[in-house]
Design a protein around this ligand. Structure first.
Ligand code: ZN
Length: 268
């Protein structure tokens, strides 16, 4: 089995996790910028985090034979403070040329608030100005359907944004069609407690097909499983999916989406 982990918060994981992922066939991991589990107190915290994502983590991943790519932003959970968000957005351009940066993410909404929408718009503008791919987080605790609609409206309002260069992550049964029908990519997050279980993710593929869709573990500092993608691949096999259909979901699709950035080149 070969696979790409398109959404893993590896700075929160141990070297054992890297080892297990590599053993299971992972060749590359993409890490969107995320909430640290606590609010950072200033823009300097983000500067250091972006250095960690673009300098330190690729080296750590390489020790286990994995290529590491990343996405930058201030996440929706910290977007309530618009002034801080503006300061963070202002430092992002100096990191965009770094070799492992694929785009802006994970941006989106958490509580669907006015300030969050304002900061989302600023990120979309930044991505458009610098011709970056976009990775979007959709809310779990608040109304996901409403949040997804609001996010798609913001994206569609900027005519420079091409839907095929945007992935809307954490889709579920009630949001996947909305996303795919409008030409965006969809991501399914495999979580043991919330979001999507492997069985539900496979049901979604069975119903909506396997074009413009990927699966990820979104492993972070909380309850999550770094091997969720290969485990779901095994589940697909058990349910009779052909080897090539499994490879498409866990390798070819993320490869296709991320290859839209010229920086996404796999050495294997
Ligand atoms: Zn995430």
């Amino acid at each position: 089995m070969r696979y790409i982990e398109p959404h893993g918060h590896m700075v929160s994981r141990t070297t054992d996790d890297y080892q297990d992922m590599a053993t299971a066939g992972c060749v590359a991991v993409s890490e969107p910028a995320f909430w640290a589990g606590f609010d950072r107190s200033s823009v300097d915290g983000f500067y250091d985090y972006f250095c960690q994502l673009t300098e330190h983590e690729p080296k750590r991943a390489a020790k286990f034979g994995l290529q590491h790519f990343t996405w930058l932003c201030i996440n929706p959970k910290e977007s309530e403070d618009v002034k801080l968000a503006e300061e963070v957005i202002a430092i992002i351009p100096e990191f965009l040329d770094r070799p492992s940066v694929l785009g802006i993410g994970e941006i989106g909404l958490n509580k669907n608030s006015r300030n969050e929408i304002k900061v989302l718009e600023k990120h979309v503008q930044l991505a458009a100005e610098h011709d970056q791919l976009i990775l979007v987080h959709t809310p779990h605790l608040e109304d996901k359907l409403k949040g997804t609609r609001l996010i798609l409206d913001v994206l569609k309002a900027d005519k420079r944004i091409r839907p095929e260069r945007v992935i809307i992550d954490h889709v579920e049964e009630h949001t996947v069609k909305l996303v795919l029908d409008q030409g965006f990519w969809a991501g399914m997050t495999l979580y043991p407690e919330s979001k999507c279980s492997p069985a539900r993710a496979i049901d979604i593929i069975d119903v909506y097909g396997n074009e413009r869709i990927w699966m990820n573990s979104a492993c972070d500092w909380g309850v999550s499983v770094p091997l969720a993608v290969p485990r779901t691949a095994l589940e697909m096999k058990k349910r009779g999916h052909a080897a090539d259909a499994i490879d498409k979901m866990i390798y070819q699709n993320p490869y296709k989406f991320m290859s839209q950035s010229p920086k996404f080149k796999l050495s294997v």
